[in-house]
Design a protein around this ligand. Structure first.
Ligand code: ADP
Ligand code: MG
Length: 357
């Protein structure tokens, strides 16, 4: 049996040190995890390779001192530029024939994939819980809301001759409609939708959204710029759902530009290495990009990680469901959505959609 080959084939990182904490063995998985080749690790002190207070160094030192095994299920290791990787860690002593400790071995398992999956699952659970609540709430709120709306409309008619009082009823109607829309959005996240994809002209679709927001844009001194690729082929999509997507994205872009600027709508055939071609189940298909770009303040790094979480919002009257819904809809289309943003330099949201064959 070739033990070196066995160790090389292990998915877990195996690192052995001598009594001075000098690396004597470093398997292939350790090379990947620590981003350092065995050639550049073996023979060096562990403290040169990671910070002296790192779990790996501490636990191995304890094992050497006590001759006992140590484990840390929730440790971290630090890679270049201070990037932390979650790992589980077990150490064991290596005994010399005389019984003294002549070294130690550590086995590390990279937990980042698992952590990512856990985050996805949590997101799914939040969505599911939101969905159940939404359905319950919708019935409780929608019916009385309908009654309120009807009564306000009657009132408004009675007050036709008194414009001052009509203003109040107008406010009531606007706000009732806003609550209604919020409920609709929650329900959108909750209900399993049956997508009805047909070949669509993306430009007509985006243009409808642009027209819908023209008024709001003018009020904010925002100029809407169109950069449509005239040779763009039809896409395969569900019109109502995609209108919702672009409606949300344009709304966000306008919200971000308090002091005017350009809102640029771009379409093109995608050359993106990651999302330019997608598998729709029956072979891969080319994708097109529809982009909504703004010149707002951009999105800070800590917010960027949470953009698609339901209920994540930084707005007073925000619901935080817009991007979660966009994500869901593009997923249903077997497309993708990507947000690029740098603080102070605006935000570009790109939707990838399949071309209709
Ligand atoms: N174009 C943008 N520029 C800056 N921030 C944005 C932009 N789009 C989204 N965001 C951030 O993402 C958050 C979530 O957006 P969204 O899901 O649409 O919910 P909402 O618009 O209700 O807040 C916003 O509150 C905002 O902080
Ligand atoms: Mg929004």
């Amino acid at each position: 049996m070739n033990y070196a080959a066995v160790l090389a084939g292990l998915p877990d990182a195996v690192i052995a040190v001598d009594a001075d904490l000098r690396v004597v063995f470093w398997n292939a998985a350790a090379e990947v995890l620590m981003e350092r080749s065995a050639r550049r690790a073996e023979g060096r002190f562990l403290k040169e390779l990671c910070p002296p207070d790192a779990s790996l160094v501490r636990r191995l030192a304890e094992t050497l001192a006590t001759g006992e095994s140590r484990s840390e299920p929730e440790g971290t290791i630090e890679r270049g530029e201070g990037r932390r990787v979650p790992v589980s860690l077990v150490t064991a002593p290596l005994f010399a024939r005389a019984g003294s400790v002549e070294g130690g071995v550590a086995v590390l398992r990279d937990l980042s994939r698992i952590r990512q999956l856990e985050a996805e699952v949590r997101r799914g659970e939040t969505l599911a819980a939101a969905g159940r609540m939404a359905v319950g709430l919708a019935h409780e709120i929608r019916n009385p809301l309908g009654a309120i709306r009807g009564a306000v409309q009657l009132l408004s008619r009675e007050l036709a001759a008194q414009p001052k009082l009509r203003e109040y009823t107008d406010v009531l109607l606007t706000e009732v409609d806003r609550v209604n829309r919020s409920i609709e959005m929650l329900l959108d996240l909750a209900r399993p939708v049956q997508l009805r994809p047909v070949p669509l002209n993306l430009h007509q679709l985006v243009e409808r959204v642009a027209l819908m927001h023209e008024e709001a844009a003018r009020a904010r001194r925002v100029a809407i710029v169109r950069r449509y690729d005239p040779s763009l082929p039809p896409i395969l999509g569900d019109e109502d759902r995609l209108l919702q997507v672009f409606h949300n994205l344009v709304r966000n872009a306008l919200d971000a530009m308090k002091d005017g600027g350009h809102l640029t709508l771009t379409t093109r055939v995608s050359l993106n290495p990651l999302f330019g071609k997608m598998d729709l189940g029956a072979g891969s298909r080319n994708m097109v990009e529809a982009q909504v770009a703004d010149e707002g303040p951009g999105i800070p790094a800590e917010a960027r990680a949470r953009l698609f979480d339901p209920f994540f919002t930084t707005k007073d009257k925000g619901l935080g469901l817009g991007l979660a819904i966009c994500h869901r809809i593009l997923e249903e289309h077997r497309g993708a959505i990507q947000v690029e943003s740098a603080e102070g330099r605006g935000t570009v949201v790109t939707c990838f959609l399949p071309i209709a064959k």
